[in-house]
Design a protein around this ligand. Structure first.
Ligand code: HPA
Ligand code: ZN
Length: 331
């Protein structure tokens, strides 16, 4: 039985496996510039974040109907459940669909068809987090939030993703203020490729409650001290960092140093179809390569539930935390 965990950094579009991409391409009559899944997988060699994003946005063209989004989410939830994920807070990128003529309702209702029965079918509770693309304008983000208003009962929070460098958090001050006024939780990618100053700015200006990635905080001791003091969770994605060359190899990953510094770290898969593994695969890689012991692994699992947005269901959080404490490694 795998260690129970929450996944807090997962782009649903990044769970599109090559097999499903080809299936949806055929069903929707969308041409793909790859002969087969093998050739597509060959394209999964990334230089940096942007080279990944180019393929990530290209492949989304196959997602057109509610049923497509439902199947995408259901396939992810099945895989996640098999790797011990008990709770998933799932990002989606509406602007990447709206710009292709796919309506907000198609995306949210489609995802909801899978999420709404996930507890019963997969034993995984879920929340949805709508991300703004930071390389699009602030006006576009505001329009996106407006378009999401009819669906806010299904959306727990907002996030910020896509190309980071050159797109500082301050650009999105207004949309985050509006989101907060609507009662939405706030997170943002910061310090993945961008500098530690972006993390500070996202905390100060956007009022984020969790930092996605946040790896580069380690370059700023005063920021580390603040994150430790304020118990701000970081959603790390080790296999993603290796694939996007944010770290040279997994053995060089700063996660052990981050835990030693007292940071509230969690382990997540980011875009598992592209980066070589789901949540459990990330945990396994850490155990094998960074020699994390059972105490550390349990800490990471505990952190994932502590960092989750389960304030609306503390009973469920307590149940998950009890599962983590009762877990027997090797059983
Ligand atoms: N970083 C930024 N944007 C993204 C990512 C990521 O890792 N995955 C999908 N969009
Ligand atoms: Zn991400």
């Amino acid at each position: 039985m795998p260690l129970p965990k929450a996944e807090l950094h997962l782009h649903i579009e990044g769970t599109l496996e090559p097999e499903l991409a080809f299936e949806l391409a055929a069903r929707n009559g969308v041409p793909l510039p790859y002969a087969d899944t093998g050739e597509l997988r060959e394209a999964y060699r990334f230089e940096d974040l942007q080279s990944f994003l180019n393929l990530y946005y290209e492949l989304m063209a196959v997602l057109r109907t509610e049923r497509d989004f439902e199947e995408l989410a259901d396939a992810y939830l099945a895989r996640a459940a098999a790797q011990g994920v008990r709770h998933a807070e799932i990002f989606f990128d509406p602007q990447a669909h709206l710009s292709r003529g796919v309506a907000m309702g198609t995306v949210v209702e489609g995802l909801w068809r899978a999420l709404g029965r996930s507890e019963e079918r997969h034993g995984v509770s879920t929340r949805l987090i709508m991300c703004f693309l930071r390389d699009e304008s602030a006006e576009s983000a505001l329009e996106t939030l407006e378009a999401a208003k009819p669906y806010l009962d299904r959306i727990t929070g907002v996030g910020l993703d896509s190309a980071e460098v050159g797109h500082p958090p301050v650009k999105f001050r207004e949309v985050y203020e509006t989101a907060a006024a609507l009662g939405l939780r706030r997170v943002a990618h910061a310090g993945e490729e961008g500098p530690p100053e972006y993390i500070t700015e996202a905390l100060d200006v956007l009022g984020i409650e969790r930092v996605d990635h946040g790896l580069r905080c380690m370059e700023d001791p005063a920021l580390v001290e603040r994150l430790v003091r304020d118990r701000v969770p970081l959603t790390l994605c080790p296999l993603s960092n290796v694939r996007l060359r944010t770290v040279d190899t997994l053995a060089d990953h700063p996660l052990p140093a981050m835990l030693d510094a007292g940071l509230l770290c969690t382990v997540n898969s980011d875009d598992p179809a592209y980066f070589g593994g789901y949540a459990g695969d990330n945990f396994d890689a850490l155990r094998e390569t960074l020699f994390l012991d059972e105490k550390r692994l349990r800490e990471l699992a505990r952190n994932s539930f502590l960092a989750s947005f389960l304030e609306d269901d503390e009973e469920l959080r307590a149940r998950y935390l009890a599962e983590v404490e009762a877990y027997e490694f090797g059983a």
